[in-house]
Design a protein around this ligand. Structure first.
Ligand code: SF4
Ligand code: MG
Length: 317
């Protein structure tokens, strides 16, 4: 039941709270060891805030984050260092997330030294191993980020995330800033690492075409809530929620004939503001199936045909 609400303040001197942004509004998710959970939704739906809340980079306003029985949300500051070891994040923009003044060696050595995971005499060997793990030649370790391509920089960012052998990695749109030709390489690398290292990966993307190949399960988020979650193939083949259906219909197919005959579901309007979300089902202003009940009653996330979905009309649709 994770919640991250931000107050909106107004006023030049005396700030008054005039509203609340419900960025994450009662999310329930579980990720198993060795599992890839794809998290999708339009920009502004709360995916990144959810990731930051799980990472304890943003304070939780309600609910809990539990890792192997340990409640991270009630942990004291002294526990934060150990939380950092277990949970790591890879950001969208490798250009911004790496320090331009640090060599690859310095970037990868820093977490090892701060967390004292190896002796200083072993750091070079560990950095070499990390570079090999992500497919970079160790002879480049004295180079700076600007000397690498975008894909290589994202490899460095992944190596840094892996340096402390975390249990969970959250990758927030890790390929959306990269050329399409490079995206597949990075996706394959992440999938490989999950398999080899038994990591749990939460993979965030704004469309399904990226997550469908690497995810075991997929969660679809809309306006701070999960609206559908299930096995990746079930969600892609037989989406139940009208919003998921629209996302699935937007996945391009490689076959041009099929592509021409496909029916795209185009949703009217932009996602509504999380400040004053619509009543009832927050998707109702854009939903092609909406009925009166949708405007007044909020649907719950319920088990339906091997997945969970929150829609009043799931059975009819
Ligand atoms: Fe559409 Fe109603 Fe289902 Fe919401 S509850 S997704 S508005 S049919
Ligand atoms: Mg984001």
């Amino acid at each position: 039941n994770l919640q991250t609400h931000f107050p909106i303040k107004k006023g030049a001197f005396i700030k008054k709270t005039v509203g609340t942004v419900k960025a994450v509004d009662g999310v329930d998710l579980k990720v198993q060891q060795g599992e890839v959970l794809g998290l999708v939704g339009e920009s502004g739906c709360g995916k990144s805030t959810l990731a930051r809340t799980v990472m304890q980079l943003v304070p939780t306003t309600g609910g809990t984050v539990v890792l192997e029985g340990r409640n991270l949300t009630s942990s004291s500051d002294s526990d934060v260092l150990s939380i950092r070891r277990d949970l790591q994040m890879v950001f969208q923009d490798p250009y911004a997330s790496l320090n331009p003044r640090s060599t690859v060696f310095a970037t990868l050595a820093e977490p090892l030294l701060v967390h004292k995971v190896c002796k200083s005499s072993e750091v070079t060997a560990r950095v070499t191993e990390l570079m090999k793990t992500v497919g970079l030649a160790p002879r480049f370790m004295q180079k700076y980020p600007h000397e690498f391509s975008g894909g290589q920089r994202q490899r460095i960012a992944i190596a840094r995330a892996l340096a402390l052998r975390p249990k969970v990695v959250i990758a927030d749109e890790p390929v959306s800033a990269l050329d399409v030709s490079i995206q597949a390489q990075i996706l394959n690398l992440l999938a490989d690492l999950v398999r080899k290292m038994g990591l749990s990966l939460i993979f965030i993307a704004h469309d399904l075409s990226v997550v469908k190949h690497i995810s075991d399960r997929v969660a679809v988020m809309y306006l701070g809530k999960i609206v559908e979650i299930g096995k990746a193939e079930d969600i892609i083949e037989k989406p139940a929620h009208p919003y998921t259906r629209a996302l699935v219909s937007a996945i391009p197919t490689p076959n041009p004939d099929e592509e021409r005959n496909r029916k795209r579901i185009v949703l009217p309007g932009d996602p509504p503001s999380p400040i004053n979300p619509p009543s009832g089902c927050t998707f109702h202003p854009r939903c092609p199936h909406a009925k009166d009940v949708c405007k007044t009653e909020r649907p719950l996330l319920e088990v339906f045909k091997d997945r969970e979905v929150s829609c009043h009309l799931k059975a009819e649709i």
